[in-house]
Ligand binder design. Sequence first.
Ligand code: UDP
Length: 236
Amino acid sequence: MSLRYKRILLKLSGEALNGGDKSQIINPDILESYAKEVAEVVRAGAEVAIVIGGGNIFRGAASKSGIDRSQGDYMGMLATVINGMAIQSALETEGIKTRLLSAIKMEQVAEPFIRRRAIRHLEKGRVVIFGAGTGNPYFSTDSGGALRAIEIGAEILLKGTSVDGVYTDDPRKNPEAVKYETIGFDEVIAKGLKVMDMTAFTLCKENKLPIIVFDMNENGNLLKVVKGEAIGTKVS
Ligand code: UDP
């Protein structure tokens, strides 16, 4: 099968895992559907790395708990490992080989992040899940995704969300909002559009790593994106 992108980094939000239902952390149907989508692209021959957020469990910056920011950020990073373990398990249920690599050492549950090892896993057809973001407070998992994508030489950062691309305005609030098929990094900044946080976005721009924002909840979309079909919005 001809693929447009051979090595990808898929950034998934942690928050999406509960399907908007705050009474649960992980919705098993969503987890299974993500795993099935990823399994499909692995079987098609793509090398897949995943960074998953932790927003369904804990967000350092946004927490109103009175917890110190750095402390809260570390809690957020640990949350991403929990989600990483969940997606690892779901992928294994689909028969996909995986490795979870953590930026914070916790050897009983994850390998430590070693760049060359991550690349080797990908070459062997294993899905590599990067846990604990960048390993540093004051960053986001979008930044972790951008950083790891660059480090492993991914051709594209795929941001799987619940919206199908980048719009002129928030499509949930403004029915007149129009979707961009493609847009330049500079135009995103000039128009003040939101694709990722600025740290993550700048990392992509400076290292010429294109981003595709697409709807991860639409079955088959991930494979279409990897094949090069015009799904979502490509920022380059
Ligand atoms: N975080 C961090 N450094 C990182 C990545 C994540 O401190 O490199 C913390 C931060 O507190 C963040 C939380 O982990 O709020 C969860 O990640 P994020 O908010 O990016 O998750 P998402 O929005 O994708 O669910």
